[in-house]
Design a protein around this ligand. Structure first.
Ligand code: CZF
Ligand code: MG
Length: 197
């Protein structure tokens, strides 16, 4: 019996726990779908103030605030939707644009521009007691901004159509989004870093 238990713990080692500080249930869901097989994801729904500035700086401050609040190693995520015709805006401020204008209004912002291209960006930040500054992992997916198509349960998913696809993020199966998304790419870099270090 002892041998069996030993073998079992060897073959099925306990998953590492990652604490994700986010108030966004859809982000959490995607984290679990993407990395739930490899890690146990614990979430803390802390409402963190977000400062103004370049995306990496905003994400860094968010990670430091989360770490200060939690008092232990944790992960935060900051997501941007960037329009090339607007030199990257609304970017990290997309949440406020969405709240004010909805997906329609957001897509109409590009009506006066020929260039409808843009990109979704995820900055994953990890801060722990062994670090002076957060580690940051950036994932980007290029695409075009379209009029809303598909379910409206997650942010700007209905107006973002990734390059090489005819569906918006909202129209595609979750499995497909999670294989090409900005979030997947940032998580992949995060996992690669911790696997080699
Ligand atoms: O269609 C979408 N597909 C996505 O994959 C996605 N990821 C985030 N978002 C939205 O973009 C804003 C980012 O702001 P954000 O990073 O500050 O997030 P948040 O404030 O909701 O949560 P958090 O800061 O507590 O983690 C918020 O409106 C999010 O709802 C997405 N919308
Ligand atoms: Mg936020």
């Amino acid at each position: 019996m002892r041998k069996v238990i030993y073998l079992y713990t060897k073959l099925a080692p306990k998953k590492h726990t990652i604490i994700l500080c986010t108030g966004n249930k859809n982000k959490l869901k995607e984290f679990i779908q993407i990395m739930g097989d490899q890690f146990h994801i614990d979430s803390e729904p802390v409402d963190l103030p977000e400062l103004q500035g370049p995306p990496l700086q905003i994400a860094k401050e968010k990670a430091l605030l989360a770490y200060e609040k939690m008092g232990k190693a944790c992960v935060t995520e900051d997501t941007s939707l960037c329009f090339n015709a607007l030199n990257g805006m609304p970017g990290p401020y997309v949440k406020w644009f969405l709240d004010a204008a909805g997906p329609e209004g957001l897509s109409k912002m590009l009506d006066g521009f020929e260039d409808k291209t843009g990109y979704a960006q995820c900055i994953l930040s990890y801060m722990g007691p062994e670090l002076k500054e957060p580690l940051q992992f950036v994932g980007q997916t290029q695409g075009v901004i379209v009029r809303p198509r598909g379910p409206r349960n997650f942010g700007w998913d209905p107006i973002f159509q990734p390059d090489g696809y005819t569906d918006t993020y909202a129209e595609m199966d979750k499995d497909v989004k999670n294989k090409i998304s900005h979030r997947l790419k940032a998580i992949q870099k995060f996992i690669d870093h911790f696997l080699v270090n």
